[in-house]
Design a binder for this molecule. Structure first.
Ligand SMILES: Cc1cc2nc3c(=O)[nH]c(=O)nc-3n(C[C@H](O)[C@H](O)[C@H](O)COP(=O)(O)OP(=O)(O)OC[C@H]3O[C@@H](n4cnc5c(N)ncnc54)[C@H](O)[C@@H]3O)c2cc1C
Length: 499
């Protein structure tokens, strides 16, 4: 469903600030569709280190709780993958290609744009050449970050919904930390939450396989020098070197609208969420998948007048929910009173750690690392989705509920139901019916691509619960029924945004 597109950025192809670590299942499923999931896994991060999260008093100190990642991934063909942005970018660049062979132009800065009834004209500075050029296109999708020039030019407000969050990020090297942990018989983890007696939980994250780590501390710790914070994070002496220590101001905002005529906002231009939970990049990738199929439909000529508007109706609520969920994840990092005895090697210390371990196991602390309710538990409520609203109840379970991501199931070894979706609409049929031909003809009449997937697997039929389920190109369920649709032409019009 592709169409020609140019992407440009004022940045270079090198990513200098490591961040955005998790590619959640929802992103990995999209990467699978786009043919890069395996390449991302082959980027070999985090190497042999288990991808677990451990709540500890110090690295190499007392471990209080552990979350074993990837042991909960039965509902997806693509488990989550840890891949910082600086590891992900080269894989995506190779797949898409940079100019002149591909469509990505680095060192090109958008200076302004105008739009008219037929398209958008962008004024662009070519920073390497020192001149300017114009680029004309049908649509402009703005991914120019939190201070988006495009958002301001469109007059779209993005007012903070909560107090901005100030995070202190300390990147340091501890090349012999892994060796020190192994010598003391400690099981390593990829992420540690350091439980401070003041109640805060600072994440400490491995950033590569060569001893580079990032410690995120609260801005309250500004008075304490970075090396002391790093040394206090580790329970034994090991050589450490601080590489950088900087404050990041994260405004917690969702734009008031995602569309202004032929211009769309996406990613951090549309929403900036607090980092806990790791929702920002993953929601941005799903934004791209949503708008992508709608622009392709427009380009192919079968989109109804309301299809592009549904991008805002479907994706803005996800960012708003993500903002709330990130707030819950942040609060779960805690400011509650932890026992001052947590580090003690006494019976009181053991009791304090046991109690806290039980508390963490039952709490939403895992939302910081694993939140399928947020990534998959959102059902779109737009005019494109036909059927009664179904509310998600935790814990999230895959289904064929209208608006939700259709359930993954293995059709045969290595082939998921999700592998069949993606190219137009798919009507999944668990029972034969003589009226299926009418549905095919109705979609043909409207130019909407449709394929029929006949499935005789009783387990998948039970998972989907309805014998006829219509799935959109983005894997979300558009409609389901006990019979084929009574008016297939009306259904085709509704799901393509023409009603
Ligand atoms: C400290 C921190 C940790 C985070 N951790 C996570 C995490 O673990 N998981 C997660 O999912 N998310 C995380 N996020 C959020 C994630 O980083 C963002 O959601 C993601 O970077 C958004 O990508 P983006 O491309 O929309 O915007 P950005 O990453 O902000 O990129 C915008 C790009 O546009 C370019 N640009 C700006 N103006 C122009 C112009 N006029 N012309 C041309 N180019 C321009 C910029 O140079 C930049 O390259 C974190 C964020 C922070 C601040």
């Amino acid at each position: 469903m592709g169409c020609a597109a140019w992407c440009w950025s004022r940045a270079t192809a090198r990513w200098t600030r490591p961040r955005s670590v998790r590619s959640a299942r929802v992103s990995m499923e999209l990467f699978r569709r786009w043919g890069v999931a395996e390449k991302i896994r082959c980027a070999e991060f985090p190497g042999a280190r288990p991808p677990d999260i451990a709540w500890v008093t110090q690295v190499g100190g007392h471990e209080i709780h552990r979350f074993e990642r990837f042991t909960h991934d039965t509902h997806t063909p693509e488990p989550e993958q840890i891949c910082p942005a600086d590891w992900l970018l080269p894989v995506l660049l190779t797949a898409v290609g940079t100019h002149p062979g591909g469509s990505i132009l680095f060192r090109h800065r958008l200076d302004g744009f105008t739009q008219d009834a037929d398209g958008v004209t962008a004024r662009v500075s070519r920073l390497a050449e020192g001149d300017t050029t114009t680029i004309r296109a049908s649509y402009l999708v703005s991914t120019d970050g939190p201070c988006s020039l495009v958002r301001s030019a469109c007059g779209i407000q993005s007012t903070p919904r909560f107090e901005p969050q100030v995070l202190r990020g300390i990147v340091f090297r501890a090349p012999r930390l892994a060796e020190g942990l192994a010598a003391r018989g400690y099981r390593p983890a990829l992420t540690y939450f350091l439980l401070q007696s003041c109640g805060a939980r600072f994440p400490l994250q491995a950033m590569d396989n060569n001893g580079t780590f990032k410690l995120i501390a609260g801005s309250d710790e500004g008075a304490i020098d970075a090396l002391s914070l790093v040394r206090d994070a580790i329970a034994f002496d090991t050589p450490t070197e601080v590489l950088s220590d900087e404050l990041t101001n994260v405004p917690l905002m969702v734009a008031e609208r995602y569309r202004a005529g032929r211009v769309f906002l996406m990613g951090a231009a549309a929403h900036t969420l607090s980092p806990p939970g790791g929702f920002g990049r993953n929601i941005a990738i799903a934004d791209a998948a949503d708008l992508g199929w709608k622009l392709a439909a427009e380009h192919a000529g079968w989109a109804g007048a309301g299809l592009l508007d549904s991008y805002d109706a479907e994706r803005r609520p996800v960012a708003l929910e993500g903002l709330e969920a990130a707030g819950i994840a942040l609060r779960s990092r805690g400011s509650d009173d932890l026992s001052g005895r947590l580090r003690d090697d006494t019976s009181e210390g053991v009791l304090a750690r046991t109690e806290l371990g039980l508390q963490l196991a039952e709490s939403v602390a895992h939302w910081d690392v694993d939140a399928p309710e947020v990534h998959f538990g959102h059902g779109y409520r737009s005019s494109l989705v036909v059927g009664d609203e179904v509310k998600m109840t935790a814990p999230w379970r895959p289904s064929s509920d209208p608006g939700f991501r259709a359930a993954h199931a293995w059709l045969r070894p290595g082939v998921s139901t999700l592998d069949i979706f993606g190219d137009g609409f798919v009507l999944v049929c668990f029972a034969p019916h003589q009226r299926l031909g009418e549905v095919v003809r109705a979609f043909e009449q409207r130019g909407v691509p449709l394929q029929i997937l006949k499935c005789a697997d009783p387990e998948i039929a039970e998972l989907y619960r309805y014998p006829y389920v219509l799935v959109r190109p983005d894997d979300h369920v558009a409609w389901r029924g006990h019979q084929p649709p009574a008016d297939p032409l009306l259904l085709a019009d509704m799901v393509r945004g023409a009603c």
